[in-house]
Every structure is written in C-alpha cells, then in structure tokens.
Design a protein around this ligand. Structure first.
Ligand code: NAD
Length: 257
C-alpha cells in the first residue's frame, strides 16, 4: 500500500532541489500534489513529468492571494487538503555587520513569514480534512540544521530557521487538539542549486567547500535531496501519527557530536 495513498498535498518551492525530490516521492507514494514556485518553467516541467497527480501553480508564498489560489487549486482538483509542506526558502551568506535592511527583510520574509502566511491560507482546508478523517492532517516545514545549530556568517538565515522551529512547536501545540500534526525537517548542507549560494560563507572553492562539509558529518557523506524527501514522506504519513512538534535532523549524526 502506498504510504500517502488518498492524500492531497501542497509542496512550496517545489520546482527545484528538496521540493522537487519531495514532489516525486509524494506522487510515487500515492499522493496528489499541487507544487508551487516562482520558477514557472521548471515548475510546469516537473508537473508535466509527474502527470495527472501533480499540478503546478505560480505562488510567491509571501503573497496571501497567491497562497489562497494554490489552496483553491488543491480543493478544486482533488477535493481538499491533507498535507501542507512549507519547503520554499532562500539562502544568505555574509558577515553580520554588512547586512543591510533589504537582505535582512528578504531572508526573514522568505524563510519565516512566507511559511507563516502559507500556513494561515491552508489551515481552513486542513481543519476540514482533520475533522473528517481519523488520520488528521499534517504540516511540514523545511527549516535546516541551522534551526538547531549555528555556523558563522549565516546569522540571519540561522535566526530565521530557528524561528521556523518556534513556529513548528507553537503550532503543534495549538493544533494538536484538532489532530493536525506539525513537524520540521532539518537537513544538513545538501547539493541543490541553493548550496552554491551559501559558498561565500564556507570556502573559496566549490569542491573544497563540499569536502569541508563532509568532514563535519559523522557518516562521512552529505545528504542527497531524496533523504529529506523520504523523511517528509514518513512524517506526512499515518506511520507518524504520534509525532508532532519535532525538528528532525537529516544530518548523518552531526547533532550527536
Ligand atoms: N540545500 C541545502 O543545503 C539546504 C539545507 C538545509 C535546508 N535547506 C532549505 O531547504 C529548502 C529548499 O531549498 P533547496 O536546497 O531545495 O533550494 P533550491 O534553490 O533548489 O529550491 C528552492 C526553491 O524555492 C523557490 N522559492 C524561493 N523563494 C520562494 C518564494 N518566495 N515563494 C515560492 N517559492 C520560492 C525557488 O524558486 C526554488 O525553486 C529551503 O527552505 C532551504 O532553506 C536547504
């Protein structure tokens, strides 16, 4: 039996990287998925690849009207919403003193306020599903290992991702009485297009940067996007029905050190 059979999901920022890997895994596991992004060409191409159980819509998750349109598409196409996966985010790399207002606003807005607004847009439909089904409903966030640990020169990103952890815990408690579970995924550095944008904070050379990352990971390898996607499938599935309010590291043992 497919682990997400019968469920309807929205995955934000799914045209690339962890979101795209998650969309593929969710559809493989029987979900019907609305994917959102700013990159319409890549988002539509992924929806075309995944076929009738996937639909793409342009949605900047900072924009409440666009968020509502994404939720409306899930309801119109598949009758409701069981899972919201807030995955979209943006990187930052640089020394604290040099951070201007535009950079600070962008990093906090996209990593924290966007998921907040998207969750507000989706909650009415998640509530309906939770009330109708013993399985309840599920909200996921992609925060980061930077929600649990810190490195120098990523401070606004680290602060925003710690904020996502707080959002997860508060919401988990508010929504537990309604059987809506809320969890966050905390991947270590993963080789997606975003990773290259973190490079200035890590090393001058790409291979050197990856090698430095690997050396900090007890399992000796960086996670692949599918590692986060597999964790998302589990946390969104009924197998995780007693799990809420957690921040799950996908880090090869880094947080054990
Ligand atoms: N790659 C890593 O090393 C890493 C590690 C930990 C956490 N993360 C987090 O994982 C998530 C996914 O990142 P990724 O590595 O797959 O990066 P990515 O760049 O491959 O994908 C991010 C996607 O989000 C989209 N996006 C950006 N702003 C958006 C907005 N306002 N509304 C909707 N979509 C938007 C982008 O267009 C892009 O397609 C992010 O939240 C990121 O912070 C990444």
């Amino acid at each position: 039996m497919a682990r997400l059979a019968g469920k309807v999901a929205i995955i934000t920022g799914a045209a690339s990287g962890l979101g795209a890997a998650s969309a593929r895994r969710f559809v493989e596991e029987g979900a019907r998925v609305v994917i959102t992004d700013l990159d319409d060409a890549a988002g539509q191409a992924l929806a075309d690849e995944l076929g009738q159980n996937c639909a793409y819509i342009h949605d900047d998750h900072m924009n409440r009207a666009q968020n509502e349109a994404a939720v409306a598409l899930a309801v119109e196409r598949w009758g409701g919403l069981d899972i919201l996966f807030n995955n979209a985010g943006t990187p930052f790399s640089g020394a604290f003193e040099g951070i201007d207002d535009a950079a600070l606003d962008r990093v906090v807005d996209v990593n924290l306020k966007g998921p907040f607004r998207m969750t507000q847009a989706a909650l009415p439909e998640l509530r309906k599903r939770a009330a109708d089904s013993a399985s309840g409903a599920s909200i996921l966030f992609t925060s980061s290992l930077q929600a649990l640990m810190a490195r120098p020169n990523f401070t606004p990103y680290t602060a925003a991702k710690h904020g996502v952890h707080g959002l997860t815990r508060g919401l988990a408690l508010e929504l537990a009485p309604e059987n809506i579970r809320v969890n966050t995924l905390c991947p270590a550095a993963t080789d997606t297009p975003m990773l290259k944008e973190f490079l200035p904070g890590m090393a001058d050379d790409w291979e050197e940067a990856k090698s430095r990352f690997r050396s900090t990971i007890p399992l000796g390898r960086m996670p692949d996007p599918i590692d986060t996607a597999n964790a998302a499938v589990f946390l969104a599935s009924d197998e995780a029905r007693m799990i809420t309010g957690i921040a799950l590291p996908i880090d090869g043992g880094s947080t054990a050190t």
